[in-house]
Write a protein that binds this ligand. Structure first.
Ligand code: 5GP
Ligand code: MG
Length: 197
């Protein structure tokens, strides 16, 4: 059974799809854009002869973006995950960012590319940029799948951006609400009744 057919079937029997009010970015658009981003990144790091590129994805939200984008990168890369907590449980407003556990050790002299699911207040990426800079890498860049059009409590530069989106709480393609909806293959907005008061 091909992918499209499988998707149609899944939707027809869909449980989580029923909680989605609107699809903001569909699977095909995501696939195209992720490929473009990978092409750009591949070009920018084409000089990386010494396998110095380390991708640092922010878990859990970046897992799907990570899996898709690294398959399109031709480099011999390392992947070192970090966990940052910012939206505990069913909260939909940022409560500040905190590193969970420790940073990977081997970042000195490397080209670090931080990968996150979404830029919202800027606290997560800001914190990680600071912490990673302290490890004296050769370079640090950031790549976010989504960038929300909203005021930032911390201004951070993103070198690579998948999509700019309006200031709404979104789920899918790795992004959760209270731990759910990460497995949606597209980005959508929840129905109001899906969000706890
Ligand atoms: P920031 O620290 O920039 O405020 O927030 C970044 C983190 O907050 C993201 O990595 C993500 O985990 C979470 N986040 C921000 N906006 C959204 C959103 O619209 N939906 C979901 N599911 N998570 C979000
Ligand atoms: Mg996150």
């Amino acid at each position: 059974m091909d992918r499209t057919h499988r998707q149609q079937q899944r939707r027809a029997s869909g449980r989580i799809d029923q909680d989605i009010a609107e699809v903001l970015i569909d699977e095909d658009a995501i696939a195209r854009r992720v490929q473009e981003l990978a092409d750009t990144i591949a070009r920018d790091y084409a000089h990386d002869e010494g396998s110095r590129l380390v991708i640092v994805p922010v878990l859990t939200g970046a897992f799907m973006f990570l899996a898709d984008i690294v398959r399109d990168l031709p480099h011999k890369i390392r992947i070192e995950v970090v966990t940052v907590s910012s939206y505990p449980g069913a909260a939909t407003v940022s409560k500040g960012a905190a590193l969970v556990g420790v940073l990977p050790k081997a970042l000195e002299g490397r080209d670090v590319l931080i990968l996150d699911d979404i830029l919202d207040s800027g606290q997560t990426l800001g914190l990680l940029q600071d912490e990673i800079q302290n490890r004296r890498p050769r370079s640090v860049r950031t790549c976010v799948f989504l960038r929300k059009q909203c005021p930032r409590t911390r201004e951070v530069t993103c070198d690579y951006v998948g999509f700019d989106i309006p200031d709404a709480f979104v789920v899918g393609y790795g992004l959760d609400f209270d731990g759910f909806y990460r497995n949606l293959p597209y980005v959508g907005v929840l129905r109001r009744e899906g969000i706890a008061p």
